[in-house]
Design a protein around this ligand. Structure first.
Ligand code: CP
Length: 322
């Protein structure tokens, strides 16, 4: 693995830990909620920005990165853009709407056109499996997979590992249960790979029709979230699309909530369990705002790690350090 990041499987465990270590070097350590409230209050009094990321040397000056998002995104796009700017790189955002893709231009010709404008790297999100590796076969740009169909979301797995290692020190022996629509989830595939290789034990939980054919190396499969909560240290929720569960062979939203949703009442019974979610959340389906706001939730800290991990990934890829 040199100049692309296509899948976590292409990374060694040392590569993963190196990225996490570099990510942590960009972060002010997380505090308790009360400490953070105090910090925020002091920051407001001093009129300082309440950023959790310290300033860094501009290691990517004169590097040009195109953010090619062929599918919607908030976190991944903005965090890559923020990461690139913090390291001194220039970015340009490309989306197919309003581009010559709408006149029928192919993906290959679109990307070769972008490459010809002198970009060093493309951060690429696409709904079709296989697109990032296909693009890597013909472009001179570094390709960073920012979410690929149902196949892979490598930087999500790296940032989730980074956030959990910050909290627990290591993933060794940690019990992480992935809950929801695992069948269609690129996050589940990448997270399972990274979590298991870093020493965690994983379990899956979801309706039978939303479980994958393979086990993703899980040691347990639960058919309700109460059993998952009794087993787990960490619940890794996934987004549930209403249209995927309101079909003939899937439970209704009400049935899903009864059996699989992480409500505040359920979480309150397990005060040591921590919650992660890649976002976006379908509130009122897999979980609720009260859970996201709870002290047991790492959801917003994950977003902060997203910027730091993407800084580390851009540095590694554009300096070909792995
Ligand atoms: N987790 C994630 O990929 O979120 P976005 O779709 O908002 O980028």
């Amino acid at each position: 693995m040199a100049r692309h990041l296509l899948n976590t499987c292409d990374l060694t465990t040392d590569d993963i830990l190196s990225i996490v270590r570099q990510s942590h070097s960009y972060l002010v350590p997380a505090r308790s909620n009360s400490d953070r409230a105090q910090d925020l209050a002091e920051a407001l009094i001093l009129e300082q920005p309440a950023t959790l990321i310290v300033e860094q040397p501009a290691t990517l000056v004169n590097r040009r990165i195109v953010l090619g998002f062929f599918e919607p995104s908030t976190r991944t796009r903005l965090s890559f853009e923020t990461a690139a700017h913090r390291l001194g790189a220039q970015t340009v955002y490309f989306q197919p709407t309003g581009s010559s893709v709408e006149k029928g231009e192919s993906l290959r010709e679109t990307l070769m056109t972008i490459e010809s404008m002198g970009f060093d790297a493309i951060v690429l999100r696409h709904s079709e499996n296989g697109v990032p590796s296909a693009v890597a076969s013909y472009t001179r740009m570094s390709v960073i997979n920012a979410g690929e169909g149902t196949n892979a979301h490598p930087t999500q797995a790296l940032l989730d590992a980074s956030a959990l290692i910050e909290k627990y020190g290591s993933l060794k022996g940690l019990r992480i249960c992935i809950v929801g629509d695992i069948l269609h989830s690129r996050v589940a595939r990448s997270n399972a790979d990274v979590f298991v290789r870093l020493g965690a034990e994983i379990a899956l939980c979801g309706p039978p029709g939303l479980l994958p054919a393979g086990t993703l190396n899980a040691s347990h499969v639960f058919d309700n979230i109460d059993d998952a909560l009794r087993w787990a240290n960490v619940i890794n929720l996934l987004r549930i699309q209403r249209e995927r569960i309101a079909t003939a062979d899937q439970p209704s939203v009400d049935e899903y909530r009864n059996r699989y949703a992480l409500t505040a009442a359920r979480l309150n019974a397990f005060p040591d369990v921590c919650v992660i979610h890649p976002g976006p959340v379908n509130e009122g389906v897999e979980t609720d705002q009260a859970v996201l706001d709870s002290r047991q939730s790492l959801v917003h800290r994950q977003v902060t790690h997203g910027v730091a991990v993407r800084m580390a990934v851009l540095n590694h890829v554009l300096h070909s350090k792995f």
